[in-house]
Design a protein around this ligand. Sequence first.
Ligand code: TXA
Ligand code: MG
Length: 329
Amino acid sequence: MTEVRPITADSLRYAAKLINNGELVAFPTETVYGLGANAFDEKAVMRIFKAKGRPSDNPLIVHIADAEQANDIAVVSDMAKVIMKAFMPGSLTVVLPKKNCIPFAVTAGLNTVAVRNPLSEEARLFIRECGLPIAAPSANTSTRPSPTTAEAVFEDMQGKIPLILKGKDCDVGIESTVLDLTGDFPTILRPGIVTAAHIREKTGVDVGYYVQPQTGVVKSPGMKYRHYAPKCLMVLCLDENLEKVFAYIEDKKKKELNIGVICEEKFVNEFEKTYSLGLSAEDASKRLFDILRKAEKECDELVCLYTLKDEKSNGVLNRMMKASGGKVL
Ligand code: TXA
Ligand code: MG
């Protein structure tokens, strides 16, 4: 049985008890909901992989209540200190050399650990109450869109975990930016709402974006898997050439397929059935996963039309690419 409880002093106490007993608890953060376990407890961590159906070579992020707590689990360089001071709490995860107390089950055998101090006060209250660092991936079944509401967590995790803490819906809506600080040059492994430009602006540190090689070893193992996918087919259109989209929909209509279009607000009157991504990269990030879970229930196939090209759009574009399997009109 899976209980959904609002965040109160009582439910937090109960959640902490479950975590300290090696159980899993889903909790809200400002990005997406997480599926948490005691990061020091290898058995509890294994339960996460089982509940999600997640490949065991995809490492987890360890969540901390404040930046200081990073010293318990990782080696924090001077540069890491500067970046953490500027972005913790925040939607930036940093990859650092790990300390021995973190089991390899968390890091999928890597000598590094991803560390995150969420902006969400509800998340930090939960971690603090547990008194431990919390290993947590997004609380979706592997390959499914990440959950931004307690309802979406319930859809995927019902019957698999004892408790979902219900908090605010997620404001950012896509997962944190992952920044690797263990190489020669700070590198963003997963784009998010915190961009290279933000990091440069706030700290003076230059960071690059990791470009995935076509073959060989990938740096962030999560990048090689299918991700975020709705249950139905989805294709992307990334420019304003709407004729392509009209023709595509026309063709599908002949086959009696019901097509939904996920698009920026300015296009919503162009098509019959639309889901608005709003006006900006922030709006689109906040809405995308929620829309995917809604639209897959209402449509046979989806077209996602997104034309913004600013750096802040990197995160949401990365999720759209993966959700569609890279199919672009
Ligand atoms: O916003 C978030 O980051 C959410 C919330 C719950 O905090 N969590 C999240 O976790 O997105 P997950 O497991 O869905 O994604 C973790 C990402 C994966 O791409 C994984 O490969 C990468 O972080 N990662 C974790 N540890 C790593 C490490 N030691 N080195 C490189 N990449 C790592
Ligand atoms: Mg995930």
